[in-house]
Design a protein around this ligand. Structure first.
Ligand SMILES: Cc1cc2nc3c(=O)[nH]c(=O)nc-3n(C[C@H](O)[C@H](O)[C@H](O)COP(=O)(O)OP(=O)(O)OC[C@H]3O[C@@H](n4cnc5c(N)ncnc54)[C@H](O)[C@@H]3O)c2cc1C
Length: 502
């Protein structure tokens, strides 16, 4: 090539680079302009666009956990269902990702890939109880504590997550475990109908009959993948006996683990629908400076003290301490440390990663191995020393009354829900170490279960799990979910929270 043609190639290259840079700059400027000047006028009066330099952006984008959080370039605080549809269409047109945010407690590694618009749901906060008192319709931005409060005022209750500050729908779209599931089934079993905005920006009414009835099955267990729920109608129930509940709580030393979990296995066979236990392995140096301890909480409905036939087997094991009390259904979040004022509900500067496993029953030897491993790998001076293993033993009558194939929730056979919750300062090397330890502790339980199938509740998942772990091992389940995904979300717009690949 001669000197002249080399020069021409060089000049053409420079022109091309200048042209492309100019187009790119214009495209970015166009995007910025779009969200305030193009989208803004299309939204309702109650809506607000909050950009990173605006007051309120930090608060609107705060997360419960700093582990692999989503990155937000703008917040659209929606005021109406139409605002959501309009924002989704705008985002699609401009090829910008969007994510619904209600309680900000979602923590799963795939959220870290998100970079786009937060659709903030909190203003959709209404409650309407039907005239016959059998159902209630909630706005899609309601938190669990607000659902509990609104129903309580009318003498009603329904199944929700225990934690007051998580969204109501965040948990429920993945199934939703809660105190009342023994009586009525999980939260998604209460759904009667919903309105939602799908990936194409259409507003759809979804229920077990009608034009979108195929989606109904998926919205009960895999719902985060298919749309933004703008309102949900759920079954509600009269509060019995003034909402009376009682608890008894025990702290057991390290050496009692096997005996305690054998007793919890017995309890699982006998606890009535209005009863559950919630237990935790953690370090408390003021109780035992060297070893982790095991706390067991028994909670029972409609009694002024937990019945002696349930308490005496635990008392006989010789706990280090026993406590008890009574109150109402509304006190349960406070008793279990997840009320609005609790540490769990207040945004902290920590990274929290959870590793769930569902079990049919406890293998007492594996539980001791779990305690030993926890003690070894999370010592008193470890950067993870406020981590915990949580054991949720809900009554299962209501859950098992719903056929296994009736919804996308795949874990009705698991009577015990165990979650290793790693907590550390948010540093990449500590996060990586937390993932290794969390998986190691969970593996101890999987091996002890005698099964090779890890069942991981989607809403507690770390993001290291497989699709089968989250959505079920039966091939027909994944086939059905993938077909629905291809039909309703072919561009994978809802591809950031436990995504089902298209
Ligand atoms: C302290 C604590 C206690 C918990 N207790 C329980 C419990 O008792 N039972 C239980 O089942 N789970 C429980 N969880 C887990 C909980 O289900 C998940 O963390 C869930 O993601 C929280 O939802 P959120 O709205 O608070 O979080 P967000 O981060 O706001 O939402 C999580 C995801 O849900 C989707 N989403 C949110 N709103 C909507 C909507 N309106 N329509 C469609 N999609 C939406 C989005 O994909 C979003 O990424 C608990 C979690 C924590 C941290």
């Amino acid at each position: 090539m001669g000197a002249m043609s080399t020069w021409k190639v060089w000049i053409t290259g420079v022109f091309l680079a200048v042209f492309l840079t100019d187009r790119l700059t214009n495209a970015i400027a166009f995007r910025r302009e779009n969200i305030t000047t193009t989208l803004g006028p299309q939204l309702s009066n109650g809506a607000q666009i909050i950009l990173p330099h605006n007051a309120g952006f930090v608060q609107a984008t705060q997360r419960w956990s700093l582990f692999d959080p989503p990155h937000f370039t703008a917040v659209v605080e929606v005021g109406t269902e139409e605002d959501i549809a309009t924002t989704v269409k705008f985002a699609n047109k401009n090829n910008i990702p969007f994510l619904a945010v209600t309680g900000s407690h979602g923590t799963i590694a795939c959220l870290g890939k998100f970079n786009g618009i937060e659709i903030r749901m909190r203003k959709l906060n209404s409650t309407v109880i039907s005239e016959d008192g059998k159902t209630a319709t909630f706005g899609g931005g309601k938190r669990s504590g607000e659902v509990i409060e609104a129903l309580w005022a009318a003498g009603k209750q329904t199944v929700s997550g225990i934690c007051e500050c998580t969204g109501f729908l965040g948990p429920a779209l993945g199934g939703g475990h809660g105190v009342l599931q023994g009586k009525y089934g999980i939260a998604s079993d209460q759904f009667v109908s919903m309105r939602m905005v799908t990936a194409d920006g259409a507003i759809r009414e979804v229920s077990s009959s009608g034009p979108n009835s195929d989606l109904w099955w998926a919205m009960q267990g895999a719902g985060h993948n298919f749309g933004i729920v703008t309102s949900i109608t759920s079954k509600v129930y009269d509060v019995p006996d003034g909402g009376l509940w009682s608890y008894e709580t025990y702290v057991f030393s390290y050496d009692k683990v096997e005996a305690v979990f054998e007793t919890i296995n017995w309890l699982a066979q006998h606890q009535p629908p209005g009863m559950f236990n919630r237990d935790v392995i953690y370090r408390n140096p003021s109780v035992d400076p060297k070893n982790p301890i095991l706390q067991v909480d028994l909670l029972q409905e409609s009694v002024s003290a937990v019945a002696p036939n349930f308490t005496s087997p635990f008392r006989k094991l010789g706990p280090m301490s026993v406590g008890s009390g009574s109150g109402t259904y509304k006190d349960i979040p406070k008793w279990t440390g997840v009320n609005f004022n609790s540490i769990a509900c207040n945004v902290a500067d920590t990274s929290k990663i959870r590793f769930p496993i569902g079990l049919v029953s406890y293998n007492a030897t594996a539980q001791q191995a779990l305690m030993d491993t926890f003690s070894q790998v999370i010592g008193p001076d470890s950067p993870f020393n406020v981590s915990q293993v949580l054991f949720e033993g809900y009554s299962m009558y209501g859950v098992k009354a719903v056929p296994d194939n009736a919804t996308a929730f795949p874990h009705r056979g698991d009577n015990q829900l165990v979650t290793v919750a790693m907590v550390n300062a948010p540093r990449p090397e500590l996060d990586a170490q937390a993932v290794r330890i969390g998986n190691k502790l969970r593996q101890v339980l999987l091996e002890g279960s005698g099964s090779t199938e890890l069942h991981a509740y989607v809403n507690y998942a770390a993001g290291t799990e497989s699709l089968q772990n989250l959505y079920g091992f039966e091939p027909w389940r994944l086939k059905r979910l993938k077909e629905l995904k291809a039909k309703y979300d072919p561009q994978d717009r809802f591809g950031y929270y436990a995504p089902i690949p298209v």
